[in-house]
Design a binder for this molecule. Structure first.
Ligand code: NAP
Length: 292
């Protein structure tokens, strides 16, 4: 009887607690995810709290166990854990499996379900502004790391067929198309620069344009055509050197804020089944970045 009584008090206590969510990574101190998720919970009247939790590479498994023991309902995963998380979850969404990286985990009946919203978040953000036919576009992706992989796999899954990846380390660009149902072209950065006029859409996925490489260019735009759409997935700074140069050439440009907002919104929807206010999320991110 005593146990039952305590149990029910405990359940009631739990019931009144906010649902817990987090972003885990190392470092996470500058993450804007708590700002946009907490604002969205509040706006929708959802009793929940989102924190940033630093977990080192060595302590990942133990850290994830602690989160589930504490009753966390979901978490985002950022650098350096996205690839390792594939080995930890109980189930993985097919696209996340193809990408080989997880940025969103939902805890359902004690099971960890892994998703990747980076690629689909990028695509949704792109589709909001890019009004040409993506299926016909000749696309150049610069960089061949985790973000590039998420973007390539998502574009391929959505029928985009004319893909080129240019990277400092060309082997990594070629490897991106291994196990990918759609084969693409791999180039060095110099090779891509020489034939830039053939691309309709150029996407930078390297960190060149961020500190400490803020003043550098991931690729020189001399040969880009005027109507090229240039997209940088960096959002800090809001306008990278690449985007400034692209604007000077008369290109259309897009920064990394839409991708960031959509990937977060998709995580939010997986966890809560509710749609957050994308405009509000965007405003929070822009305001915070403009304050810097
Ligand atoms: P990653 O896995 O480390 O890959 C980085 C890529 O950039 C690699 O291809 C690397 O080339 C290249 N690179 C790095 N430093 C370089 C340099 N100095 N010169 C030439 N190439 C260089 O990183 P990631 O996870 O893909 O993230 C990449 C960027 O995307 C970061 O800036 C991140 O902030 C941004 N991002 C934005 C969002 C968003 O929501 N907007 C989401 C995810 C990531 P090698 O292969 O030769 O090493």
């Amino acid at each position: 009887m005593l146990q039952k009584g305590w149990g029910s008090i405990f359940d009631h206590h739990l019931y009144n607690q906010p649902a817990l969510y987090a972003v885990i990574g190392d470092p996470v101190v500058h993450s804007m995810s708590p700002d946009i998720h907490n604002a969205s919970f509040k706006a929708l009247g959802i009793k929940a709290r989102y924190e940033s939790i630093r977990i080192s590479k060595e302590n990942l498994l133990e850290g994830v166990r602690t989160l589930t023991d504490k009753g966390f309902k979901g978490f985002n995963v950022t650098i350096p854990h996205k690839v390792e998380m594939v080995q930890i979850v109980d189930e993985i969404d097919p696209l996340a499996k193809k990408i080989g990286a997880i940025n969103t985990v939902g805890v359902e009946n004690g099971k960890l379900i892994g998703y990747n919203t980076d690629g689909p978040g990028f695509l949704k953000g792109l589709q909001q502004f890019y009004k040409q036919d993506l299926l016909k576009a000749n696309v150049l992706i610069i960089g061949a790391g985790g973000a590039a992989r998420a973007i390539v796999m998502t574009l391929v899954s959505n029928g985009v067929s004319r893909l080129t990846v240019a990277n400092r380390t060309i082997e990594k660009a070629s490897n991106l198309f291994v196990n990918c149902e759609q084969k693409g072209q791999a180039l060095t950065i110099n090779e891509a620069e020489a034939c830039l006029e053939q691309f309709d859409l150029i996407i930078n996925t390297t960190p060149i344009g961020m500190e400490p490489n803020k003043d550098k260019m991931p690729i020189l735009l001399e040969n880009a055509k005027q109507k090229t759409y240039v997209c940088d997935i960096i959002y800090n700074p809001l306008q990278t050197n690449l985007l400034t140069k692209a604007l000077e050439k008369g290109c259309h440009v897009q920064n990394g804020v839409p991708m960031f907002v959509y990937q977060a919104a998709m995580s939010f929807e997986y966890w809560t089944g509710r749609k957050p206010d994308l405009e509000k999320m965007t405003e929070i991110v822009n305001t915070r970045l403009l304050q810097k």
